[in-house]
Design a binder for this molecule. Sequence first.
Ligand code: BV8
Length: 234
Amino acid sequence: MKKELRNIVILTGAGISAESGLKTFRASDGLWEGHRIEDVATPEAYERNPDLVNEFYNARRAQLKEVEPNAAHFALAKLEENWPFDVLIVTQNVDDLHERAGSKNLIHMHGELLKSRCTETQLVTDWHQDILPDTISPYSKEGTLRPHIVWFGEMPLEMGRIYDALRKCDLFISIGTSGNVYPAAGFAQEARRKGAHCVELNLEPSLNAHDFHESVNGLAGEIVPKFVEGLLAS
Ligand code: BV8
């Protein structure tokens, strides 16, 4: 008997924002906007050279003003709006395109470009401008600000809430992620163990494609709206 599909968890990665013009991480050159990941996305890199790391994030934060959500982001917002049960998006992305497309029930497990964190108090604040060497934290005299981004070796955010949702979901959809980075790359297995139907929507099979019952390969801007239409029609 076909399982009743009620609660949905959707994991998204850089591929869902590619057609909006934001670079993915593991494009052919292996560099990320011209940098090696370990030089810009680890706490050690920040300790070693905070200005380089801040410049890297300043450029990506500024780029958000020039890009728009694409049809895939809007399709997920429409699903949340019209689906009679829970729809939770867990995004690895640090851009704000899901929000701007209208998604509300959303977790940024790797942080957000438009937020910064006080290095003294760990307090997080909305932050839309550059973080410069002389930027002082609004929370403490001697504290500086760092990007509110989860770097490699740091604990992703809201993991309790995420695993709780994975345990309860009937449908797990992974969109635009290569399955390189853990713990996100383990979510399909976790959902599957709990009986969820797992679907991968991606340009090409990911490293963990075998974790999925079903997969559709193509551009997110095309295959995600189609998949959402199919769900809403069911
Ligand atoms: C953790 C924020 C544990 C940065 C990111 C040694 C030391 C320390 C840790 C580790 C270690 N070895 C392994 C680890 C674990 C590590 C890890 O998994 N490393 C990998 C590289 C092996 N993970 C971590 O460190 C995580 N933390 O494990 O903590 C812990 C435990 C206890 C206490 C403390 C700590 C933290 C990981 C988070 C790192 N931060 N982002 C920033 O954004 O600036 S990760 C970064 O890469 C992104 O956020 C993203 O999440 C991630 C994966 O990238 P993708 O989104 O998948 O993008 P990618 O380019 O790879 O793929 C794009 C896909 O889209 C492709 O498949 C492509 O085909 C497809 N696509 C492209 N275009 C389209 C498309 N699909 C559809 N349509 C299109 N148009």
